[in-house]
Design a protein around this ligand. Structure first.
Ligand code: ZN
Length: 302
């Protein structure tokens, strides 16, 4: 197999957070993005989203790498770690600040609750009443345009009004950690990602990431948001809902189960193949058009 990485037009990625072992919900997303990349003769890159030093652990990161290899999900290029990117995030923040696109915000959760905007649209209070520069502040980005539209390969045409849905949003936290949206926008650009296949739970954050791409003059990848696996209560499968560590499960049966969630109809003999051969079969039979445009896929017994 050739490994020319210089001029592949398709560059996909899988970006797990190392907050625990890989469970079936994340394996399913990994398999979907891997198969889509390989069906397009593309590269599949791995990024460890270890932005938050309090929630992420390096032992989980190395465990996730091992599990991906166990499932024959081999990535191209070196693993990319967000923890190495703090200077780049700071550089982007300074750039936005120079362009006066951002302002400090010192509203506490309590104050936001008092103004009934803890979950709703930020009221730009700190833009109208700038806090003194001495105290630690979060940083918000000013919304200069209102609605963001994009074509999602699974969910269709998506339009979100940032002004009426989120308001000026936080791009840097008070503890000087870049927000998830800023980090993802910058990292996707740095890794030259062209195609993002991820769970529907992140659909809501896409408009914010596109807005940041626009302000930072970054190119916009193609998006495909696949349904999120959920239990019968409608809760996303996660460590919290008791989803098992897939490293402890049989590779073949688990991969075939995941292919079923992706609407494949694998032949019975596939179970006798190796993990790598099962994935090859899937790559040859893959079509994103088989994925239904819905938010969740209920898995009764995971
Ligand atoms: Zn504020």
């Amino acid at each position: 197999m050739t490994t020319d990485t210089s001029d592949s037009w398709y560059r996909g990625r899988f970006a797990p957070s190392p907050t625990g072992p890989l469970h079936i919900g994340s394996l399913y997303t990994a398999v979907a993005s891997f198969i889509d990349a390989k069906a397009h003769n593309g590269q599949w890159l791995l990024r460890i989203d270890d932005l938050d030093p309090l929630r992420c652990k390096s032992e989980h990161a190395s465990q996730i790498l091992k599990t991906l290899e166990q499932y024959a999900l081999y990535w191209d290029e070196d693993v990319f770690y967000q923890q190495t990117r703090y200077p780049a995030y700071q550089y982007a923040l300074d750039d936005l600040r120079d362009q006066s696109f951002v302002y400090p915000c010192r509203c506490s959760r309590k104050e936001l609750e008092k103004r009934h905007i803890n979950k709703g649209v930020y009221d730009a209070y700190c833009f109208k009443h700038p806090p003194s520069s001495k105290q630690a502040s979060a940083v918000r980005i000013k919304l200069l345009s209102d609605s963001i539209s994009f074509n999602d390969q699974v969910q269709g045409r998506i339009t979100q009004s940032l002004k009426s849905d989120v308001g000026d949003f936080i791009i840097y936290r008070k503890d000087k950690v870049a927000s998830y949206h800023l980090a993802v926008a910058l990292d996707d650009a740095e890794q030259r990602i062209t195609h993002i296949v991820r769970g529907h739970d992140l659909l809501d954050s896409t408009a914010r990431q596109i807005y940041l791409q626009q302000q930072l003059h970054l190119s916009q990848p193609n998006y495909a948001h696949i349904p999120v696996l959920s239990d019968i209560n409608g809760d996303k499968l996660s460590k919290r809902t008791g989803a098992e560590d897939v490293a402890l499960l049989g590779v073949n049966h688990t991969l075939i189960k995941v292919l079923g969630y992706l609407n494949f109809q694998p032949p019975a003999e596939l179970v006798t193949y190796t993990g790598s051969e099962i994935l090859d079969w899937a790559i040859n039979h893959w079509s994103m058009a088989n994925i239904k445009p819905r938010a969740t896929l209920t898995i009764p017994n995971h």
